[in-house]
Design a binder for this molecule. Structure first.
Ligand SMILES: Cc1cc2nc3c(=O)[nH]c(=O)nc-3n(C[C@H](O)[C@H](O)[C@H](O)COP(=O)(O)O)c2cc1C
Length: 168
């Protein structure tokens, strides 16, 4: 898949809105992710209003680009759906990666902004949306059409020294 190799974190976006059918495709991609015992613990908050995006930008010093994005998706894990609680972060990470890959495929770009397990960031999001404690904020992904100079492009990270055949 070309998008696996070409995907880059995109942190600056055109003002152009993301079409609703593309937003749905991003969410569909997320929900296709593998998860432990197929528990699918995810829920999503889609944020498109300027005030909401500006508030989300405040979750950390490294999230400022959210204020300038046309769209952000907040990924939440719902404890009610966690039959295997200890795998929730792996499940959510798979969904996050699917969103980033689908975004690249659609000509969009995004960046994974880490939230869990940092309690301060999780608490800020919980307060922002008045979330019940069973909902665990996992990450935030701002998305938009890449600004000039922010293209997806291949960077070769393959390192044969990291690969061990049969023995280490
Ligand atoms: C768990 C996680 C947390 C991250 N948090 C941030 C963040 O807070 N702000 C940011 O700008 N990028 C964040 N990133 C993006 C990484 O910086 C980026 O993926 C990495 O530099 C590799 O670049 P690439 O995505 O273009 O391949 C995060 C990525 C991951 C997987």
């Amino acid at each position: 898949m070309d998008v696996i190799f070409n995907r880059r974190s995109i942190r600056r976006y055109k003002k152009q809105a993301v079409e609703p059918d593309k937003v749905e495709k991003l969410l569909r991609a997320a929900m296709q992710a593998p998860s432990a015992v197929n528990q699918q613990p995810w829920e999503f908050i889609v944020v498109q209003n300027k005030g909401g995006l500006e508030r989300l930008a405040g979750i950390s010093a490294y999230s400022k680009m959210v204020a300038e994005a046309p769209l952000a998706i907040v990924l939440l894990g719902n404890e009610d759906r966690m039959r295997l609680q200890h795998h929730w972060e792996q499940d959510m990470a798979a969904a996050a990666q699917n969103i980033l890959l689908e975004a690249a495929y659609l000509g969009l770009g995004g960046v994974w902004l880490g939230v869990a397990p940092m309690k301060d960031r999780m608490d800020l999001i919980s307060e922002l949306y008045g979330l019940k404690s069973k909902l665990r904020p996992f990450c935030v992904i701002p998305i938009g059409y890449p600004e000039e100079g922010q293209e997806h492009k291949y960077v070769d990270r393959f390192d044969s020294n990291r690969v061990h055949y049969e023995v280490y």
